[in-house]
Design a protein around this ligand. Structure first.
Ligand SMILES: CCCCC/C=C\C/C=C\CCC/C=C/C(=O)SCCNC(=O)CCNC(=O)[C@H](O)C(C)(C)COP(=O)(O)OP(=O)(O)OC[C@H]1O[C@@H](n2cnc3c(N)ncnc32)[C@H](O)[C@@H]1OP(=O)(O)O
Length: 248
């Protein structure tokens, strides 16, 4: 039926390393150019984890040129996903913090597994960093200004039930039904003529995407100088240590 399933596989936690981001972008571009493909189901092959988000090791202890290169690729993936002409449905089968949530938010429909261990949200503030304006814009577009304002400041990671209530996801289903539900949702969306759906999607998303497109270079500079600060590097160090200690 012209649907591809993209399974994220970058063990142990599907963090979006530079290599993973690049591969993701290239795969997406290939699908976009394949006229037989109308929809993509985005999911994970890592048990219990959709994606741990951006790779902290790409943003910690590196040099400014590396940060700039990394951020350019993060922007590129986001622009491709968010403005894709294809129907994107995410089958969120695990934890989905920060950049993981970003991937899901780019989709046209989000189905999440009903497992309270899995959480989703833009938790950047918990790391001592700030979600960039285009992450924020997409959050506002999805859950509204008030909910986004609160969730961004608190760095809220929502359980599936909470995520459904606030609108971060569209549907929560038993874990063993995430993929079948994503397929049935896709079937419904495929019934809509592509040209009208694509024009409508473009109308809804263009202003948000253009907001980044018109200031990509400045956004890279902002990220690079922000992430290079000693205080921010210290926060990331502490967060990485906390992740290590969690293991005991
Ligand atoms: C006004 C001025 C504003 C200027 C602003 C300008 C620009 C904006 C600036 C910055 C924007 C940055 C945006 C950042 C977005 C992100 O996505 S940051 C990443 C956020 N991710 C997280 O917080 C998730 C952290 N991880 C976890 O919570 C857990 O690992 C888990 C995903 C729930 C999985 O748990 P579990 O199965 O128990 O696995 P472990 O915790 O044991 O982890 C295994 C190993 O993986 C490492 N790891 C985990 N997450 C990441 C990651 N995101 N990146 C890299 N590595 C990660 C973890 O450390 C373990 O490693 P070791 O085995 O100990 O070596």
């Amino acid at each position: 039926m012209g649907v591809a399933v993209m399974k994220l596989r970058n063990p142990p936690v599907n963090s979006l390393s530079l290599e993973c981001l690049t591969e993701f972008t290239i795969s997406l571009e290939k699908l976009e150019n394949d006229k037989s493909i109308r929809g993509v189901i985005l999911t994970s092959e890592c048990p219990g984890i959709f994606s741990a988000g951006l790779d902290l090791l790409e943003m910690y202890g590196r040099n400014p040129a590396h940060y700039a290169e990394y951020w350019k690729n993060v922007q590129e993936l986001w622009l491709r996903l968010y403005t894709s002409n294809m129907i994107l449905v995410s089958a969120i089968n695990g934890a989905s913090p920060a950049g993981g949530c970003l991937l899901a938010l780019c989709c046209d429909y989000r189905v999440m597994a009903d497992n309270p261990k899995y959480t989703i949200g833009l938790n950047e503030s918990l790391l001592g960093i700030v979600a960039p304006f285009w992450f924020k814009d997409m959050y506002v577009n999805t859950i509204g200004h008030r909910e986004a304002e609160r969730a961004l400041q608190l760095g809220t990671l929502f359980s599936p039930a909470e995520a459904l209530k606030v609108g971060v996801v569209d549907e929560v289903v038993p874990e063993d039904q995430v993929h079948s539900k994503a397929r049935s949702v896709m079937t419904k969306w495929l019934a809509i003529p592509d040209h009208s759906r694509q024009l409508t999607k473009n109308m809804m998303r263009k202003a948000t995407a253009d907001n980044l497109i018109k200031q990509r270079e400045a956004d890279i500079q902002n990220f690079t100088s922000f992430i290079s600060k000693d205080s921010i590097q210290k926060s990331l160090h502490m967060y990485l240590e906390k992740l290590k200690q969690k293991k005991g």
